[in-house]
Design a protein around this ligand. Structure first.
Ligand SMILES: *Cc1c(COP(=O)(O)O)cnc(C)c1O
Length: 477
């Protein structure tokens, strides 16, 4: 190699040195973050300040400090006061598998570009299918995120249920899908990408506790039909994102069976409850789904981004992106499960199966059981704590580890409560004491927490309520 820059950049000694240094740094970060006295969960800066900092750093900073500075300028999901979005605190071993995957860079599109990881993907998705309660002919694959997986599932649904050859001829008929008004926005986005238009996204109102109100299903389908829309799929949220409430999958399943609709379960967050003896009941009916999405980077302790998309009838997983449903038989002797890009949206993807396989081999399924069960338990404990305090209002009894509530001190008028809680949330963010997010439910602003961190205890949550009282008490509305 002539080029000295390239030679230095590929130096194995340099890699060893920086790698060891970084592992030491990250281990220290981890120890500090999950200690009794962690630093701020986020050292919040405005987007402009942050942009200025990194612009200057590119000019004047030291390359050796990129990671240590990034650490200071990032949110720390391992901090027990991180109780915001549905992103997990990844198990440290998955940071090692991430590094391994990055260096080997097996692209996975065809079998020989990832022999081990392709076989692992089959094993991992078969395990998930079995946990769901699917039979032997079920199949799945891993893909880049719940959003992409939901789109892929709906494409498979359309292929399976609509007789027009849309893949070849394009879209002409009016088609639709049924979702709860509480479904994740990516369902709406997927439908629009598929050309269904606004009229093709048929929303079912939610009940008082934010689950799909299945008593509206029959009349809604009738009215869609009379408007000339052919409905081909229905999505159950397991659970929905804002409130963490599970739709009644059994009711949706019977409805879909009766009307020959594709039944898709968006279990991006809580599909992981298949591993929890105690909370599996939330998913009753999932075994009848035609397709299921489960994110590894939410309730299964893996780094972003890895999602399983699982099909009850494995054959359906092969037809999404193909001209003919029977191409498989024409192109290969047996089942072509090992050429993954034929079934996924992606061509190249990361060796994401390595995370799942490493966790199963190192810790077994028990670790998923412990994680999901303890965090769902904590959700219930936190809700109880909120209910006991007369200065707080719980939005609703949680089904999962997502808990929404607001500060409602005595003597403050109802019309001022939204403003008060908006200010509390902003001050919490800027103080870096706790990271919580927000949601507006039927016009009411709530603080929203997702308990993603097994190191968060009821003591942290008690402290949170105290901090909110302190902050809230100083805000004039
Ligand atoms: C998080 C979430 C998604 C989106 O998944 P990504 O992996 O972030 O793309 C979709 N649906 C539900 C119910 C979710 O909770």
């Amino acid at each position: 190699m002539k080029n000295d820059l390239l030679r230095t950049a590929y130096s194995s000694e340099e890699f060893r040195k920086r790698g060891h240094q970084l592992v030491d740094e990250l281990a220290a970060h981890l120890a500090q973050t999950i200690s009794d006295k962690p630093a701020k969960v986020i050292d919040w800066k405005s987007p402009m300040e942050e942009h200025e900092f990194w612009t200057d750093f590119l000019e004047n900073g030291k390359a050796d400090n990129v990671f240590s500075e990034t650490l200071k300028h990032s949110i720390h999901v391992h901090n027990p006061t991180y109780i915001g979005h549905q992103v997990t605190a990844p198990l440290p071993i998955t940071a090692v598998s991430s590094m391994f995957s990055a260096l080997l860079n097996n692209g996975m599109a065809v079998y020989e570009m990832g022999m081990a990881s392709t076989a692992m993907e089959r094993i991992v998705t078969d395990t998930l299918c079995e946990k769901i309660g699917f039979a032997e002919d079920s199949r799945g694959f891993l893909t880049s995120g719940g959003t992409l997986a939901n789109l892929t599932a709906l494409l498979a649904a359309r292929k399976a249920k609509v007789t027009d050859d849309i893949w070849t001829e394009g879209h002409s008929a009016s088609l639709g899908i049924i979702v709860s008004e509480e479904a994740h926005y990516c369902a709406d986005r997927a439908a629009r990408i598929m050309g269904l238009g606004e009229k093709g996204i048929i929303k079912i109102p939610a009940t008082n506790d934010f689950k799909m109100n299945t008593s509206f299903l029959e009349e809604t389908l009738e009215s869609a039909k009379s408007n000339g829309i052919t409905v081909f799929a229905i999505i159950g949220s397991a659970p929905s994102t804002a409130t963490g409430m599970y739709d009644d999958l059994e009711a949706i399943s019977s409805f879909s069976k009766k009307h020959n609709l594709w039944f898709h379960v968006d279990g991006a967050h809580g599909g992981a409850a298949i591993f929890s003896k105690k909370y599996k009941y939330t998913l009753k009916g999932i075994e009848n789904a035609d397709s299921v999405v489960i994110d590894g980077h939410k309730m299964l302790m893996m780094p972003a981004i890895t999602t399983a998309l699982l099909f009850k009838d494995g054959a359906n997983s092969y037809t999404t992106f193909s001209q003919k449903a029977d191409y498989l038989l024409g192109e290969s002797e047996g089942e072509d499960w090992y050429n993954l890009a034929k079934r996924t949206f992606e061509c190249t993807k990361t060796m994401m199966s390595l995370h799942w396989f490493t966790l199963l081999k190192t810790y077994g399924e028990d670790i998923f059981e412990e994680y999901v069960t303890s965090l769902y338990n904590l959700g219930r404990d936190f809700a109880e704590l909120i209910q006991k305090d007369t200065q707080f209002e719980l939005a609703l009894e949680p089904d999962s580890n997502i808990v929404c509530f607001r500060f409602k001190p005595h003597g403050i008028k109802n019309e001022h409560l939204n403003k008060l809680n908006i200010k509390i949330r902003q001050e919490l963010l800027e103080s870096g004491e706790f990271y919580v997010v927000q949601t507006t439910l039927r016009g009411v602003f709530y603080l929203r927490t997702t308990l993603m961190n097994p190191f968060t205890t009821i003591a942290h949550l008690t402290a949170l309520l105290k901090v909110i009282k302190r902050i809230g008490g100083n805000i004039a509305v």
